[in-house]
Design a protein around this ligand. Sequence first.
Ligand code: TMP
Length: 205
Amino acid sequence: MAYKGKFITFEGSEGCGKSTQSKLLLDHLTAKGVAAKLIREPGGVAISEKVRAILLDRKNTAMNKECETLLYMAARAQLVEEVIRPELAAGTILVCDRFLDSTVAYQGYGCGVPVDAIKGIGLFATKGLGPDLTFFLDLSAEEGLARRGTERDRIELRSLEYHARVREGYHAIARSEPGRVVVIDARRSIAENFEAIRGAVEKIL
Ligand code: TMP
């Protein structure tokens, strides 16, 4: 089903600046009088925020990769139903900090969960709803984690090798869907990158 609104996602590894860029985009759209909203994953609604707390809790060292994958999907299913689908139907431009690509990159490429399984469960969780446009802010694992500092959640605590696989996963996604995914070099300035993002968004509005 085609929606009146547009669904724009920001992706990338830790410290890539996607939260900064998604806020800039929201402010820009709002200033232009466009009905826009910013949400994040995992989270965005009460149930999904509770799932987020379980996922990021450093005490949950025993969580296996299948449980982790399903919890990210559970949080997503609730957000899609409660916010994403109704807002898109109402014509809102939804800006989302992470979506299904994160699960492919982090649990698929990072943890070794089969990507086909993730896509299948993803289809079930989202009922086939996906982004119209995605920005992948690309940064090396070393630079990204250094930007994050020392206070890290359960996922950020993983090795540099893990985060390098996540980055490789994002590159694979971008190569397979060049029409949807715009790769942004996150080492450039915030202003330069925002210009590129603004330009790509104008084209789909
Ligand atoms: P955030 O730091 O961007 O808010 O994201 C929370 C963490 O969850 C981050 O380390 C990336 C991770 N994550 C996954 O591993 N899989 C997913 O599907 C999502 C949405 C996030």
